[in-house]
Design a protein around this ligand. Structure first.
Ligand SMILES: NC(=O)c1ccc[n+]([C@@H]2O[C@H](COP(=O)([O-])OP(=O)(O)OC[C@H]3O[C@@H](n4cnc5c(N)ncnc54)[C@H](OP(=O)(O)O)[C@@H]3O)[C@@H](O)[C@H]2O)c1
Length: 263
């Protein structure tokens, strides 16, 4: 029986890159999206093809849910349960940037509430639902299964961008999810990780591509290139393959070394 992964925000960008790597490993997939059904269908198609190319037989289902809404989170977990009957990996990837990059002296409360709802409240309560189900599974199957939770945060958790303070605050808050659930779930054999991407080429960074091209060329990170969704997918795949069994609550930087202090 294949392991099952639920990935939020899997229609595009990093979520899509994660889905493709897990498909190659032979995971069955629940591919969540918010509104872009066509893109989610493309991810589904590409995941099935990637699995076949590596000799794996998988199922991949797409499912709309706005993770900021309680009813949608519940329905997403129920969908996973009825479709596959198990959950081995939750990847909290879905997240949004502010619609407008505004100086923190002018930024709106509306944008703040939106980012906190999607980037913090959504993953926190989705993790709560998934964790309870994972505990049930471990209670039933014992150490034959090793469920895991991965949250995609950002270098913005500790990097001040004064034109998107709401995003930075949301990612800093999200970073506390991993130590909390790692501490709570260790006794159940459920490991919890944070992956902290740097600058990754996706729709989210499209509007600031030229700015980041320049910064990267000028040495923003020791590894002088844009990150890719595949870079993040490979880190998720390592965890999904039980490569870090005695580590929980870890932060894994996938940022070309951006976090290194240099002199
Ligand atoms: N790109 C970067 O440089 C970078 C760096 C560090 C961290 N990150 C983080 O990585 C994650 C993915 O970013 P990305 O660059 O791949 O973004 P993206 O290309 O804009 O894709 C965002 C994904 O999240 C989904 N989504 C948005 N709001 C949602 C909601 N309320 N409920 C469920 N799904 C929702 C979107 O679904 P639809 O397609 O249906 O809209 C889409 O699949 C985010 O958490 C982001 O903060 C990105």
């Amino acid at each position: 029986m294949n392991r099952v992964a639920l990935i939020t925000g899997a229609s595009r960008g990093i979520g899509r890159g994660i889905a493709l790597e897990l498909a190659k490993l032979g995971h069955d997939l629940v591919l969540n999206y918010a509104g872009n059904r066509v893109a989610a269908g493309q991810t589904q198609h590409d995941c099935l093809a990637a699995a076949v190319a590596t000799g794996k037989a998988i199922r991949a289902e797409i499912r709309q849910a706005d993770i900021s809404r309680a009813a949608d989170r519940q329905a997403l977990i129920e969908f996973t349960r009825t479709s596959f009957g198990r959950l081995d990996l939750l990847v909290n990837n879905a997240g949004v940037a502010p619609d407008v990059r505004a100086d923190i002296l002018d930024a709106s409360e509306e944008s703040f509430d939106r980012l906190i709802a999607i980037n913090v409240k959504g993953p926190y309560f989705l993790t709560q639902l998934a964790a309870k189900w994972m505990i049930e599974q471990v209670t039933h199957h014992g150490s034959r299964i090793t469920p895991k939770i991965i949250t995609i945060s950002s270098i913005s958790a500790y990097t001040a961008s004064t034109n998107r303070g709401d995003y930075c605050l949301s990612k800093a808050a999200l970073s506390m999810l991993t130590p909390l659930f790692a501490a709570r779930l260790a006794e159940h054999g459920i490991n919890v990780y944070e992956i902290r991407p740097g600058i990754i080429a996706t729709d989210m960074t499209g509007p600031v591509q030229e700015k980041y091209d320049r910064l990267i060329a000028d040495g923003l990170s020791p590894i002088k290139r844009w990150g890719t969704p595949e870079d993040v997918g490979k880190a998720v795949a390592a965890i999904a393959q039980d490569a870090l069994p005695f580590s929980t609550g870890e932060i894994i930087n996938v940022d070309g070394g951006f976090h290194l202090r240099r002199l």
